[in-house]
Design a binder for this molecule. Structure first.
Ligand code: NAD
Length: 348
């Protein structure tokens, strides 16, 4: 952990009403660190869940440590004013238009939220002399790569969806700012995150809700896809540790054999995943066991943009911040379903 003076600085958390942003902000404030949170409360999934997360942050912390600003990060002037008003020392940028499948339907939402907004955040960090920008990338950048586990030292030049392409673009944009302006940046490639207060558009929540209601669930790729499901507390631990350790130049980096995960500039990329791929059918079995109900399944072919497997190599994360995710899926699903029952008022 950083020294006390460092810890007194404000951390700007974008996407604070979102799943991961909510948990990161909550953890930072539990550590006594003030947070300015930004979100536009997009209606990609139910806004009531985002509002409920914000209520928790406000009730737990009050107006002192927690300031919320509702704004669209694609609005350049608003972002300039945000950085001028709060002068954040560190930025954890988690706001984005997520979702692989939706990027086939509404690609322009990704250009705005993931490219324009990212540039605005980079500019804010540059002019605000931010000490470290940590931002969300995604396991989806591995695209057509098949070498397992996925390594940050492999090239990722073959995205299979526009969502993945925007996340890879974020890494490239970050590198240019790390180089030109000496802005330390670290990209975190998250692997299928789940847990309490999770996202209703993702498998864990969507399956749980459907099974609890007696509705059928659709298993793409006949349920045979492997996913490296990663528990939210592990993601938060990794994000906070990484944010506290500003990216530094890799003095051994060579342009003759360029390592994609680091640079001669203060730039890093890490995987953060459970390094334990599990078939989707096993996820369904765990949810069935927790709910005490059988799922009705509809088996379908893989969808365009889907990848058959994800599996994180987390050696670099472990080496640099001394942590790797380890929550077993069964334990995480137990905690998720307990929260789901409470939040949705589902029958016990
Ligand atoms: N959850 C996962 O499994 C996963 C996996 C890989 C990467 N990621 C990335 O992690 C980050 C956080 O994901 P999440 O699961 O918490 O998603 P989320 O959708 O719950 O949170 C993102 C938040 O950003 C906000 N937002 C979107 N566009 C905005 C804009 N233009 N201005 C301001 N706010 C905006 C949304 O309203 C939302 O509350 C995202 O960058 C996502 O792409 C998530």
């Amino acid at each position: 952990m950083s020294d006390n003076a460092h810890d007194r600085g404000i951390t700007l958390v974008t996407g604070v009403a979102g799943f991961i942003g909510f948990h990161v902000a909550r953890r930072l404030m539990a550590l006594g660190r003030p947070v300015v949170g930004v979100d536009n409360l997009s209606d990609y999934y139910e806004v009531s869940l985002k509002e409920a997360r914000l209520r928790v942050l406000q009730e737990e912390n009050g107006p002192g440590p927690f300031t919320f600003e509702r704004m669209d990060l694609a609005d350049r002037d608003a972002v300039t004013a945000l950085f001028a008003a709060h002068a954040p020392r560190r930025v954890i940028h988690l706001a984005a238009q997520p979702g692989v499948r939706y990027s086939l339907k509404n690609p322009h939402a990704y250009a705005e939220a993931n490219l324009v907004a990212f540039l605005n955040v980079l500019e804010g960090c540059r002019h605000g002399k931010v000490e470290h920008l940590t931002y969300a990338s995604s396991s989806s950048v591995y695209g057509a790569n098949t070498a397992m586990p996925f390594s940050v030292h492999d090239n990722v030049d073959h995205p299979l969806s526009l969502y993945a392409a925007t996340k890879k673009a974020n890494e490239l944009m970050a590198h240019s700012y790390s180089h030109l302006f000496g802005l330390p940046t670290t990209g975190l490639r998250f692997f299928t995150v789940y847990g309490p207060w999770g996202r209703p558009d993702m498998a864990v929540y969507a399956f749980t809700r459907a099974i609890a209601r007696g509705e059928p669930i659709r298993l793409f790729n006949h349920g045979q896809s492997l996913r490296d499901f990663t528990y939210i507390d592990d993601i938060v631990e990794g994000v906070v540790r990484v944010s506290d350790r500003a990216a530094a130049p890799n003095l051994e980096w060579s342009g003759a054999r360029p390592d994609p995960a680091s640079s001669f500039s203060p730039y890093r990329v890490y995987n953060i995943g459970n390094h334990t791929p599990v078939p989707v059918t096993e996820l369904v079995a765990l949810i069935e066991a927790e709910l005490g109900r059988r799922a009705e399944t509809i088996l379908l072919d893989a969808e365009p943009g889907d990848v058959p497997a994800t599996f994180a190599d987390v050696d670099d994360l472990m080496r640099d911040v001394g942590f790797r995710p380890a929550t077993p899926l069964a334990e995480g699903i137990r905690r998720f379903v307990a929260w789901f029952r409470e939040y949705e008022g589902a029958p016990p």
